[in-house]
Design a protein around this ligand. Structure first.
Ligand code: MV4
Length: 450
């Protein structure tokens, strides 16, 4: 048996810091919280065994400051770091610094993060591994003229993407040759400003795709398994709002094939840790590798409830060298997660930070709420606006929708605006109830006005 960790420093905040602390407690592992001065009153600070203040509210001076975090690791004598999601979770340099200091970064190797972080390298690696990718080769465009030449052969519409991108930045749909040069130049400018890397590549535009991702986990001995899918097609400007498993679009055969492709993707890079392989799926159920997220994701509870396993526990176990059994996991029943954000859904999802005067969390059979907030908590404008994840599980999709409607009705937050009414609206829509939606659907709807 490999030796487990003695003490894990959690390089994050909010609900995910709390989520990680809970599992560490159950595993008998000591925890260290880090916090900015904006988070003094946070529950992750209270529930960790130790806590270290690492700076002012701005993320760049606290949760993104590698020197401050390494100093906290040093003074608390932690032997591992859990990065959570966001912040430094996909920063290969941070993973490498941890490695150099003899601290276990709970996640993949720096090289694996780098490979997947550069989208052309990732795509090229997938092509070599035999994972289906969107038509269009994985190589940089030399200039707009080069792009126009290639698009002529490929046929419009095409999509141009930043190789350093992800999450929609530096991405453009080009519908004809006339608009190519302008869109190319604006994508390049945006990529340069956002990532300091203006490399652009091109692929065929997939119309009305669904976003279906496969959860994987790999051990240190080259074994990768899949834990089925999450459908994340309900998005607004690349922000996911609701996720579910099974995907209403899934079939046993498609899951089998996508699962195999995701395992191939992981095994191609000897992937270690939990990860997510994102696919675009078209109306004919063709699927294409989009990107791989080399971290635990916000929506991981959907999979936890679907397969009845603690993913953070599994993640920590493979990080200290446990072997995977080798079998894949299939979903049981139906799970839906709604992201509750401190935003005003009827006014363009404008952030709504401030003090929560009263708070009541939904409860009851098949209901799970992952949150760091409570009555009296102040939502800071410095960090992302998610205040809770409401997750329900029921035997069928129809029953899960009914249960979610009930759970949303009893989720009470006073003092700030939240996305609860948006979810109540969404669950009433016929297209949603019929499973008849893709990544473009929400953008085409007329939302109620506030
Ligand atoms: C695409 C696409 C259609 N065709 N690529 C969006 C985020 C970035 N990671 C890739 N994205 C897309 N790439 C081709 N060739 C459509 C999207 C896309 C999308 C993908 C997943 C979820 C939501 C989306 C919303 C708009 C566009």
């Amino acid at each position: 048996m490999p030796e487990k960790f003695n003490k894990i420093l959690i390089a994050n905040r909010g609900e995910i810091a709390l989520r990680i602390i809970r599992t560490c407690r159950e595993m008998g592992i000591k925890t260290v919280a880090i916090y900015s001065t904006a988070d003094r009153e946070s529950l992750h600070v209270r529930f960790a065994d130790e806590a270290v203040c690492i700076g002012p509210p701005a993320s760049a001076d606290s949760y993104l400051s590698i020197p401050k975090i390494m100093a906290a690791v040093e003074i608390t004598n932690a032997d591992a770091v859990h990065p959570g999601y966001g912040f430094l979770s996909e920063n290969a340099d941070f993973a490498e610094i941890c490695q150099d200091y003899g601290i276990k970064f709970i996640g993949p190797k720096p090289e694996q993060i780098r490979t997947m972080g550069d989208k052309i390298t990732a795509k090229d690696t997938m092509i070599r591994a035999g994972v289906p990718t969107v038509p269009g080769d994985g190589s940089l465009l030399k200039n707009a003229e080069d792009g126009i030449q290639r698009a002529r052969k490929m046929g419009y519409p095409v999509m141009i993407k930043a190789t350093a991108g992800g999450g929609g930045k530096g991405m453009r749909i080009v519908r004809n040759q006339e608009e190519f040069t302008n869109l190319y130049e604006s994508a390049q400018k945006e990529a340069k400003a956002s990532f300091g890397n203006d490399g652009i590549y091109m692929e065929k535009y997939i119309v009305q795709p669904r976003h279906i991702e496969i959860q994987v986990i790999g051990d240190q001995y080259g074994k990768v398994i899949h834990l089925s899918e999450r459908d994340c097609s309900v998005q607004r400007r690349h922000q996911k709002l609701l996720e579910e498993c099974p995907s209403p679009f899934m079939t046993d055969d498609l899951r089998q094939r996508m699962g195999e492709a995701a395992i191939k993707a992981g095994e191609a890079i000897n992937y270690e840790g939990v990860g997510t392989v994102e696919f675009l799926v078209d109306k004919d159920r063709n699927f294409y590798f989009m990107e791989m997220n080399t971290r635990i994701q916000v929506e991981h509870p959907v999979t936890e409830e679907s397969i009845d396993h603690d993913l953070i526990k599994e993640q920590i176990k493979v990080a200290y060298g446990e072997k995977l059994s080798g079998k894949n996991y299939l979903p049981k029943g139906h799970v839906i997660e709604c992201r509750i954000n401190a935003e005003d859904p009827w006014n363009g999802f404008r952030p709504s930070p401030g003090k929560i005067n009263s708070f009541h969390s939904s409860k009851g059979h098949g209901v799970r709420v992952d949150t760091h907030v409570y009555a009296g908590y102040t939502v800071s404008p410095f960090y992302d606006s998610m205040i809770a994840k409401l997750i329900v599980r029921a035997p069928t999709r129809a029953e899960a929708i009914t249960k979610m409607e009930r759970a949303l009705d009893e989720f009470i937050v006073e003092g700030i605006k939240t996305t609860v009414p948006f979810h109540q609206w969404l669950l009433r829509q016929e297209d949603f109830r019929d499973g008849n939606f893709d990544t473009g659907w929400l953008g085409q709807q007329e939302l109620p006005k506030g």
